[in-house]
Design a protein. Structure first.
Length: 84
């Protein structure tokens, strides 16, 4: 079975690393990116696409909120948009 590629975004290091370690221990999951900032996530997805994105809905004030980030990702990566 093909692995599910997962990208993580959270502004708290303990959450990012805890999720990454937990998911990496699963046989069918591959963590393809761990990000602290939304702009890094957007840049990272261009080179390492993910099947699933786990993101913090409420990031720091200088970052996009979760809904705005999802909207931006749908514009930037329309071919990967499975939510038609």
């Amino acid at each position: 079975m093909k692995s599910i590629r997962i990208a993580l975004l959270d502004d708290h290091a303990v959450v990012r690393h805890g999720l990454a370690n937990t998911l990496a221990a699963e046989a069918n999951f591959e963590v393809v990116g761990i990000y602290e900032r939304s702009r890094d996530l957007i840049a990272g997805l261009a080179t390492a696409p993910a099947d699933l994105l786990l993101l913090d809905f409420s990031l720091s004030p200088e970052e996009l909120d979760g809904v705005s980030l999802i909207r931006a990702l749908r514009v930037k990566f329309p071919a990967r948009d499975g939510l038609k």
